[in-house]
Design a protein around this ligand. Structure first.
Ligand SMILES: Nc1nc2c(ncn2[C@@H]2O[C@H](COP(=O)(O)OP(=O)(O)OP(=O)(O)O)[C@@H](O)[C@H]2O)c(=O)[nH]1
Ligand SMILES: [Mg+2]
Length: 420
């Protein structure tokens, strides 16, 4: 199993609510307000883990929720901050906001890189924060900031030195089997390999990472097992190795590969390409030379980069690895990632106040928290709330859009009439 793309649900913690409380100790018989603030909700982080090489651990676990902040309490005590939650991903994972397909949130390409993908909700303020010269006994407090669940996509591209692609049944797995310790399935039928295979080749104290992409076909829509869906991994390879059976129509197979690469991202054609012809044990040396001449005439860029292999661990295969290692020394960095700026989720841009059907609505987050954190069913609290509302910019905005005495005003779960 090799999972390289998943959608997961994340939620950072809601902020804790602020407290409404009055100090009643012996030193202060009248009792001053002492309701503390709520704690901050935990955040959701994405963190690179260099030991991961796929997203398989997200096959079943798809929900990640950070802890909510604690409530504030009396004696001015602030609630506890919620614990953060960390989502580990392999190096080279793109993070996208699923509600907005094109919204790339981050590109985690360095080891130990971490990114706060969803910040925890702010804690609400306790009633101490609402003391003014006119209101010494505020009955107001805010609920904590609420955070919605978000869907994000984790999209992992394997980093490799050599990526083997080619038509089905061309000998890709056989090559991996001969040069590394990996033992992919080999079969004399197409699509033996249905998911990318990753292997490491060790020679002369230098490691070469190799990835096999399942067979490419001309018409990928009709073939769910084809490798066309995995072309993204080519973006992060240094060398593209086209593996083709010498008994096939080599020129048209090369053209098919070029076409598929061009369709996906034509910049891929600028990468270093090598041609690996397999089944060469089935042909005489003279025929082999004719073939190579014909190919180099048509594809001049492949000159000197054609390897003729047999299904055996012989001199030819060793020379092939040596050559790949040599190329790697001169290829600086073929990683095609653009520098992607890290951006945050878009906030919902609702108008702060509006008229809807037969009533006015306040969408301002801070006032909603204030309504929800206070008990507006208590008339004394409501008087204080309305006073605060009227002396704020939101009050001015309501007047600007035409609110008058007696009009119905809704905020959060509450509805009341506007008094002047
Ligand atoms: N004689 C000979 N047979 C080979 C050679 N390379 C591969 N084969 C045979 O060709 C068949 C296909 O080989 P695989 O390595 O499974 O090919 P693949 O490209 O990985 O195939 P898919 O994963 O199905 O796309 C197997 O029966 C291999 O034994 C070779 O150089 N010489
Ligand atoms: Mg295979």
């Amino acid at each position: 199993m090799f999972i390289d793309k998943v959608i997961i649900n994340i939620k950072s913690g809601d902020g804790g609510s602020g407290a409404i409380s009055f100090n009643q100790d012996s030193k202060n018989s009248r009792g001053g307000p002492d309701g503390g603030n709520g704690g901050r909700g935990g955040s959701v982080w994405i963190r690179c883990d260099k030991n991961m090489s796929n997203l398989n651990s997200y096959r079943f676990s798809k929900n990640f929720k950070a802890e909510n902040g604690g409530k504030g309490s009396d004696q001015n005590k602030t609630g506890f901050n919620g614990k953060d939650v960390y989502i580990n991903v392999p190096v080279g994972t793109l993070i996208r906001d699923k509600s907005n397909k094109r919204n790339l949130l981050a590109n985690l390409s360095c080891d130990e890189d971490s990114f706060e993908v969803l910040t925890g909700g702010k804690g609400g303020r306790g009633n101490v924060a609402f003391v003014t010269s006119k209101n010494k006994e505020p009955l107001l407090a805010e609920s904590g900031e609420k955070i919605d669940i978000k869907q994000i996509e984790l999209d992992f591209r394997v980093s490799s030195n050599l990526c083997l692609i080619g038509p089905p049944n061309s000998g890709k797995s056989t090559l991996i089997n001969n040069i590394s310790n990996a033992k992919p399935d080999i079969g004399n039928y197409p699509f033996t390999t249905r998911e990318p295979v990753i292997a490491t080749v060790q020679r002369k104290f230098q490691n070469v990472t190799v990835i096999e992409i399942p067979g490419l076909v001309k018409d990928p829509e009709n073939n769910l097992a084809s490798g066309n869906q995995y072309l993204k991994h080519l973006q992060k390879t240094n060398i593209i190795g086209m593996v083709i059976d010498i008994n096939s129509d080599i020129l048209s197979e090369i053209n098919l590969i070029y076409d598929e690469l061009k369709k996906y991202n034509k910049a891929l054609l600028e990468k270093r390409m090598v041609l690996i012809l397999t089944h060469c044990d089935e042909l005489g040396e003279a025929d082999l030379n004719d073939f190579i001449n014909e190919i180099t005439q048509k594809f001049r860029s492949l000159n000197d980069q054609i390897f003729t292999l047999n299904n055996s661990i012989d001199d030819k295969i060793m020379k092939f690895i040596d050559k790949i290692q040599e190329y790697l020394l001169v290829i600086d960095n073929e990683d095609m990632d653009d520098d992607v700026p890290i951006i945050k989720f878009h906030k919902n841009e609702l108008k702060r106040v509006m008229f809807k059907d037969d009533h006015f609505v306040i969408n301002d987050k801070q006032f909603i928290q204030l309504a929800e954190g206070s008990n507006l069913n208590n008339w004394k609290t409501l008087v204080q709330f309305q006073y605060k509302l009227k002396s704020s910019k939101i009050g001015d905005e309501l007047i600007n859009i035409g609110i008058k005495r007696g009009d119905l005003l809704k905020i959060g779960q509450y509805a009341f009439t506007w008094e002047e």
